[in-house]
Design a protein around this ligand. Structure first.
Ligand code: AHM
Ligand code: MG
Length: 365
């Protein structure tokens, strides 16, 4: 009945038999037991997200057949044109989560302000998402995705905005869905990274990879190199080095322009994704709260790294909901390579600083 042999061969968990079929709901419920603070409501919340993503997948799959392609007349808080599918994805997530009792606050890339759904004491969780990441690609059939993150709502919550701006290390769960050649969902609750593939015949996300580990080093970098003239110097130097056969060498480049799809490839194959500061976006382009944080949580859980060039993404103290950040994420060794260039640059800057030169002179005279 279930043609699952090939699929289950990919499940690398010795505790399961090769024939077992595990849905995401089962997996979440099993994992919930390992979390002291999790309740049945938490699984119920996650299942709201998976339901929404199945609905979004069905729209994405029929794009071109139904009227979902193209832009709306609106621009969002980031000043970007809202695509029809952005709006559909946002509404779908809002509706799927709106009546889940434990959802206290929802914040989305598409909304200026967070929406408060439940009073403090009732809605225990804050959910944030980028409903359709990479949506400018959708008309060209390029993979897009949904990214989400869940925090506990602080009991002292006075204003929704203070509840949503928590540092990433406080995330209780994070994940994403890629609507690509197949629809996959990857999630973590701080207990490894697990991947599920949507079986369109049965309408269920089935476990296909468990405890994913990102390769320690990969040979691909992923960056919009068209902007490289406006990257800070250490990033430019890193890219020259990575291309040089005699040094980093043998790197190839892959850039889709949908963060979630670029990250997914790196999670499975290794390498590094970079979105440095540019002239146009001096703080970087990607959003800390619902793009960088969830992917950083997943990267670290899979043994990788994620930084803004100075510190772990998960330790950045946010100031605003829609704040942007530079992002360097992927295999540990590749991220360290980029950091080496940043560190060396800073050391040279410090050494060449006029005041430092004067003190050095005094010290040697
Ligand atoms: P979006 O969330 O509005 O789709 O924007 C974020 C996207 C990322 O998916 C992608 O990594 C990046 O923007 C691409 O930007 P650029 O076109 O500048 O390379
Ligand atoms: Mg996005």
């Amino acid at each position: 009945m279930f043609p699952t042999k090939a699929r289950m061969d990919m499940v690398d968990d010795n505790s399961r038999s090769a024939d077992s079929i595990v849905t995401i709901q089962q997996h979440i419920i099993e994992n919930q037991g390992r979390h002291p603070t999790a309740t049945g409501q938490f699984s119920w919340l996650l299942s709201g997200i998976t339901l929404a993503c199945k609905i979004i997948a069905s729209y994405v799959r029929r794009a071109g057949l139904i009227d979902v392609l193209g832009a709306t007349d609106e621009t969002n808080v980031q000043g970007e044109v809202v695509q029809k599918l952005d709006q559909i994805a946002n509404d779908t997530l809002m509706k799927a989560l709106g009546y889940r009792e434990d959802v206290g606050i929802i914040a989305s890339e598409e909304d200026n302000e967070p929406r408060v759904l439940q009073e403090v004491g009732r809605g225990r969780y804050v959910v944030m998402f980028d409903p359709l990441d990479g949506s400018s690609n959708i008309d060209a059939n390029v993979p897009v995705g949904t990214i989400f993150t869940i925090f506990q709502r602080p009991e002292w919550d006075r204003q929704a905005v203070y509840s949503v701006i928590q540092p990433g290390y406080q995330q209780v769960a994070a994940g994403y869905v890629v609507y690509g050649s197949s629809t996959v969902m990857v999630y973590t609750t701080g207990n490894g990274v697990h991947m599920f593939t949507l079986d369109p015949q049965f309408g269920a996300f089935l476990l296909t990879r468990q405890n994913i580990q990102i390769p320690q080093r990969g040979n691909q970098y992923s960056v919009n190199e068209a902007y490289s003239h406006s990257f800070p110097e250490p990033y430019q130097k890193y890219l020259s080095w990575a291309k040089d056969q005699d040094n980093g060498g043998r790197c190839s480049s892959r850039y889709i322009g949908s963060l979630v799809a670029d990250f997914h490839r790196i999670l499975l194959k290794g390498g590094v994704f970079l979105y440095p500061p540019t002239d146009k976006n001096p703080e970087g382009k990607l959003r800390l709260m619902y793009e960088a944080n969830p992917l950083a949580f997943i990267a670290e859980q899979a043994g990788g790294m994620a930084t803004d060039g100075r510190q772990r993404i998960l330790e950045v103290q946010p100031r605003t909901l829609h704040q942007r950040t530079p992002l360097i994420i992927g295999s540990r060794d590749n991220v360290e390579d980029v950091h080496r260039f940043i560190r060396e640059h800073e050391e040279t800057q410090r050494a060449n600083h006029p005041r430092r030169r004067a003190t050095d002179k005094l010290a040697t005279s």
